[in-house]
Design a protein around this ligand. Sequence first.
Ligand code: ME8
Length: 470
Amino acid sequence: MSSKPRKQYFIATPIYYVNDKPHIGHCYTTMLADAAARYHRFAGRDVFFLTGTDEHSERVARAGHKRGLSPMEWATQNATAFQDAFRELRFTNDDFIRTTEPRHIDRVVACVQQLLDQGDIYEGDYEGWWDATQEEYVTENTAREHEYKSPVTGKPLVKHTEKNDFFRLSDYSDRLLKHINDNPGFIKPEARRNEVLGRIKQGLQDVPVSRADTPGDPAAGWGIPMPNGSGRRIYVWIDALLNYYTANEDRKERTGVDHWPPSVNLVGKDILWFHAVIWPCLLMALDKPLPDCVYAHSYWIREGRKMSKSLGNFLDLPTLRGYIKRYGLDAMRWYLLTQGPLGATDADFAHSKFIEVYNAHLANGIGNAFSRVSNMIGKYFEGNIPAPCDGALNSEDFDWPEISSQHVKMACDAARAFDFPNVFHIGSTLSRTVDGFIHKTEPFKLAKDPSRLNEVGDILYHCAEALRIA
Ligand code: ME8
């Protein structure tokens, strides 16, 4: 993400809640990260691509309880569903962290202990608006703005008072503001950066970092205990954010290679606040370098409507699988990565749009160029790619080595800038240039004259090479 390429590249997705099965949103974020990881490996960097599951949520415990399962049983079922799905989608993640693993828990406890020892976490009373569906407190301003309903789900907020442990977020607001101002690429896209800046300028309050068990609640006992003997548990978001750090520490111990800090924390816009504010402040308190970039993409909606549990219109795994079976994984990648909500606006997954893109970009675009070229190679050269033939062709308009390397350079620049739709479009452009070349040189006409077969060979060689590169 940073403009100066460096040897190591560390990209992490959010870790997903295991209260339910994966859907298109989870797959999209991870597919984007996969594309970035593949590009940076291709460019010779030492890549660490991390994803995983966030398991100590109260919702997980409650959802399991409804099915007569322990929180761990339910978490494991769903974590397995995520792992299977990610394997099916051929993601190349180097690690998959589950927050219930000892390698994570031990390190979270050590971090929280450090924050307690330093006085960055203190005990106090908290009164606030609790969004039970999102498991987060909402500020008074936000609560009022949304008529005391969850800004995300619209469910009523509940006033909570409790003894709690607080992180001194307010102590870090000036440093954070300075960091965001000094590093324009820290929060992307630009529109999101401005939103975050606006909110920080309203002031940061200290945030609770633990929760007390409610007796009788299926979630009682689920979560990492606070190391201060209070009997409370570490708030799921603190536990979850630290996964990026704990996974890297674990890798460092196993391989001797330290990938810290993340090059990109890739997230959806719903969890930008946690990643652009709480997360960097936690890192400052722990005295660790901040990620180069927190990139928040927007949302997929479906056939013009927000996807939600109540509408039952989530694009789930079986539906995605259906598309992949019929059109192929590459077609799905193409659609999601070129049409997805990478920027600051939501994107619609509409069946008609999928078909339109499939036909225009793939079947009639790249697919057609490939089939024309391979048919001619079959017909005139018995299926063997002919050798290039210097001087056979007078094609000043088509300096192929130059054209191809320009496209490769543009595609690499776009990939480094995280502009994956553009990477794909550049591939398309190169294949369209092949079409133009065939149109101009008309190898199918030249082939009628056996004495000009070396020219035909030269043309088809360049076509095949350009398509390979595309
Ligand atoms: O928030 N379109 O997990 P989560 C695009 N465990 N992306 C979407 C999407 C949509 N409609 N819906 C979800 C959590 N996503 C926490 C994260 S990280 C330390 C803890 C993607 O299972 C998007 O990446 O609710 C979003 O941020 C993430 O799934 C939320 O996944």
